[in-house]
Design a protein around this ligand. Structure first.
Ligand code: F6R
Length: 359
């Protein structure tokens, strides 16, 4: 039931702070991640992780790679399910596969699971929002997202829930492996702060609506750019925008623009920069400057602490590795309002189904 909400998507965007608290309540105990012991042992023993997903779940996997490498120091590869399913990969001894799937029914991901189980004979984990789904049943381990039913075709709270669970799993492994970053992160504090930061963003939706009105009402195309985790979010924010508003939107690594894509920038092209990582903030700012001088309408999403005069959307700071959970909410709302403006059905975009059970 969407209650007073005009669309499920807006309801699901608004629910994200509560989902963070639910995940905190279920998977954190005394500031320690709490998962099945056998699962954590398999993950800790793994010398290589593969994260498999499609669409938005693939994008959550891109963030997961950075989390597992930073917090657990486990080399991690992220793969697009439909591609990997028919590749001839060299699977190392000690590999483990993690499947990210909101529905747990995606045929492309299942095809990889079948090979992981029968051919490569590696341990498997499915992280899903649907308890008894095919991928949950067929993997060695299953972890549920606790996001609650996601009805809108465009995935929002499942993406942030996937990242939150990845943070906890990576920290659990990292602490066993004695990795400093995992020992130092105060999970309770970070989850509370993240929920609060998301709340600030959803409470400021009017500002995002206004920016969407000024920049996305008529445009044919739009770009999101960022570096590192901000690039990962740029990909997700642009997928949201294209799938519901039908604006041709692309996410680019900010540093790659000048290697070709910048040729697409015309007067008035919206370019949205995401800046939440201190190490790359200045570089992304110069890349935004380059497109500004070619006539782009530049909008930036900047975390507090890195913000400067003239920045448009300032979002609260949490630990940098958790910033995708906050910045993506801006992208979700931007897509939502762009779609309303253009008069399309937010929850039921054309040509798309909520769960894709064909390859
Ligand atoms: C985008 C979206 C899709 C799904 C993809 C995978 O908003 O919803 O890209 O993320 O079809 O679906 P799941 O996660 O159910 O495997």
């Amino acid at each position: 039931d969407k209650g007073a909400y005009p669309y499920y998507m807006l309801k699901e965007i608004d629910e994200q702070p509560a989902v963070m608290r639910r995940i905190q309540g279920k998977y954190l105990d005394n500031n320690e991640p709490k998962f099945d012991a056998k699962l954590i042992k398999q993950l800790t023993d793994a010398t290589k992780l593969y994260i498999v997903g499609a669409g938005t779940s693939y994008h959550a996997g891109l963030v997961g790679k950075k989390l597992f490498e930073k917090l657990a120091k486990t080399p991690t590869e992220v793969v697009v399910a439909s591609e990997f399913a028919y590749d001839d990969p060299i699977i190392e001894d000690g590999a483990m596969f993690i499947f990210l799937s909101q529905s747990g029914e995606t045929a492309d991901s299942r095809q990889v699971l079948v090979r992981a189980t029968n051919e490569w004979k590696v341990p498997t984990l499915t992280i899903t929002n649907v308890d008894n789904s095919t991928l949950a049943r067929e993997a060695d381990n299953a972890v549920t997202l606790e996001a609650g039913p996601e009805i809108a075709v465009a995935s929002t709270k499942a993406y942030t829930a996937q990242i939150a669970v990845e943070v906890l799993l990576a920290t659990a492994v990292g602490r066993i492996k004695d990795i400093t970053a995992a020992k130092e992160i105060d999970l309770n504090e970070q989850f509370s702060q993240t929920a609060n930061a998301m709340q600030v963003v959803v409470d400021e939706k009017d500002q995002i609506q206004k920016i969407a009105e000024d920049n996305l009402a008529k445009t044919r195309n739009a770009f999101y750019i960022g570096r590192g985790l901000d690039y990962n979010v740029a990909l997700e924010a642009s997928l949201k925008l294209k799938e519901i508003s039908y604006i041709q939107a692309e996410g680019f690594a900010a540093g790659e623009l000048k290697h070709g894509t910048i040729a697409l920038i015309e007067k008035g092209t919206p370019v949205i920069g995401i800046i939440t990582q201190a190490a790359t903030a200045d570089n992304t700012r110069s890349n935004l400057q380059e497109v500004l001088s070619r006539g782009a309408n530049v909008i930036n999403i900047v975390r507090e602490g890195l913000a400067k005069d003239g920045d448009q959307i300032i979002i609260p700071s949490v630990d940098e590795i958790m910033m995708p959970l906050v910045s993506v909410v801006v992208g979700q709302l931007m897509a939502y309002y762009a779609t309303l403006l253009r008069g399309y059905n937010v929850d039921q975009p054309r040509n798309l189904a909520k769960s894709v059970t064909v390859e």
